[in-house]
Design a protein around this ligand. Structure first.
Ligand code: FE2
Length: 136
């Protein structure tokens, strides 16, 4: 069974964000699979770096779109993103000698975080746009 399958309810009808969420879900799944299949430290490190960079890029995209559309909850949303980055950095720091443990912890934490974040926090932005008749 796939660790982190894409679910239809993740779709927010915001094409740029949906596309990036699909990428993130795929990357988290890839990290978990690589760890479970016993891939080397180098492979896992590369996936983690790629995932970290893509997550930051994705947050910038979301915050830009929210800013462009005067989303009133932008600051609150930005804070959630910032907290997640802080959590990833502290986990990475704590487990820097243990890539296997880090990969496991990170994939599980990110899977839960992204699932909840999309379905609750990101969804509110999508509802805000829909309520104003904005399609992006
Ligand atoms: Fe978000």
């Amino acid at each position: 069974m796939q660790f982190f399958p894409w679910k239809e309810q993740y779709s927010l009808n915001i094409s740029e964000i949906d596309e990036q969420h699909r990428m993130l879900v795929g990357m988290i799944d890839k990290l978990h699979t690589a760890m479970a299949e016993g891939r080397s430290k180098g492979v896992l490190d590369d996936i983690i770096t790629e995932l970290y960079n893509y997550t930051k890029f994705h947050f910038i995209t979301e915050e830009r779109l929210m800013d462009e559309h005067d989303y009133p909850a932008l600051e609150q949303h930005r804070l959630e993103h910032k907290k997640l980055i802080g959590k990833v950095l502290s986990m990475t720091e704590r487990k820097k000698e243990n890539t296997l443990g880090l990969s496991s912890d990170l994939s599980i934490m990110l899977q839960q975080w992204l699932n909840n974040h999309i379905l609750e926090t990101d969804k509110r932005f999508s509802e805000y746009l829909a309520g104003r008749g904005i399609t992006i």
